[in-house]
Design a binder for this molecule. Structure first.
Ligand code: F6P
Length: 324
């Protein structure tokens, strides 16, 4: 392998710059050329790339976002789009790719490999943590810390005004962010897509809290939860049924995707991406490199895409006990 390409695709995540840096520096260490494609697969289709050397990635480690930018390319989902991308890769003499992103990114890599024989290694980078074959994805830890910090602030005002806050967090159809930030921030209730607790149970729990003397509460709601009402409707419903509650809504939104990555995410990104380059040098392909029980783990990209992610539902029990 003489030249490796790298891209970031899908929703950006804090730690993607640390990941790019690690790919570029590992390539330099192993005397392999490296190029970065801008805006994920869209840059590949347009032949929009830049040669990267060890100095090109100086001082990017602490920054959120991605210097290569990111996109969800619709064109790449078509056969014609992929044909253009493969042709550009050939022109640029790129032998293999490191793809940093979530499941959409890996699906793209699989297509490139199956249709054009380009060796690809996937690196999980998404705040959602919804990829199987790894305990953690790059950006998840930073997002959790962002959410906990925000909820701590919301709690200050909630308790000053005896209010109930519904805080919506990201995660797409996975509840990892909600569940873990909810425990970290001491939420009253946590609503996640993997477990529909139902409206009645929510009302009971809030009623119990009030009777036990609580004057303010936080309910963390995952954006993909299946309770059947959006977060605003949910707040209205609670106000109608428990009129003594002054319920407010905060949607944290894209703040969760930004910010300087935590040390955990920087180390994770560095480990995974050095390994990704080493795997390509060893002739491996079409695997995702992840972390399981603090060891590097490999999963075929196919398998990483097919397996369901699973949240640790015992955490709901912990949350119940602690919100007594
Ligand atoms: O996958 C990351 C994520 O932030 C999800 O949590 C969220 O559902 C989605 O991306 C939002 O995407 P967009 O930035 O395109 O609105």
């Amino acid at each position: 392998i003489k030249k490796i390409g790298v891209l970031t695709s899908g929703g950006d995540a804090p730690g993607m710059n640390a990941a790019i840096r690690a790919v570029v520096r590992a390539c330099a260490y192993y005397h392999t050329e490296c190029v970065g494609f801008y805006r994920g697969y869209q840059g590949m289709i347009e032949g929009d790339f830049v040669a990267l050397n060890a100095r090109s990635v100086r001082n990017i480690l602490p920054y959120g976002g991605t210097i290569l930018q990111s996109a969800r390319s619709k064109e790449f989902m078509t056969k014609e789009g992929r044909a253009k991308a493969a042709a550009k890769l050939k022109d640029a003499e790129v032998d293999a790719m490191v793809l940093i992103g979530g499941d959409g990114t890996f699906r793209g890599g699989l297509a490139l490999s199956e249709e054009y024989g380009i060796p690809c290694i996937g690196v999980p980078g998404t705040i959602d943590n919804d990829i199987s074959g790894t305990n953690f994805t790059i950006g998840y830890d930073t997002a959790l810390n962002t959410v906990v910090e925000a909820i701590d602030k919301i709690r200050d005002t909630a308790s000053s005004h005896n209010r109930l806050f519904f805080v919506e967090v990201m995660g797409r159809d996975a509840g990892f962010i909600a569940l873990n930030s909810g425990i970290g921030a001491g939420a009253e209730e946590i609503l996640i897509p993997e477990e529909d607790l139902g409206l009645e149970r929510l009302l009971d729990s809030l009623e119990r809290s009030r009777r036990s003397g609580k004057t303010s509460s936080i309910v963390v709601v995952s954006e993909g939860d299946k309770i059947g009402k959006n977060v605003f409707e949910l707040a209205e419903y609670v106000k109608e049924n428990l009129p003594y509650y002054d319920a407010k809504v905060t949607v944290l939104g894209h703040i969760q995707r930004g910010g300087s990555p935590t040390c955990f995410d920087r180390v994770l990104a560095s480990r995974l991406c050095v390994k990704a380059v080493e795997l390509l040098m060893d002739g491996k392909r079409d695997v995702m490199v992840g972390i399981m029980n603090n060891d590097i783990a490999y999963t075929s990209i196919c398998k990483a895409l097919k397996t369901e992610h699973t949240v640790n539902k015992d955490l709901l029990r912990i949350s119940d006990i602690l919100s007594t």
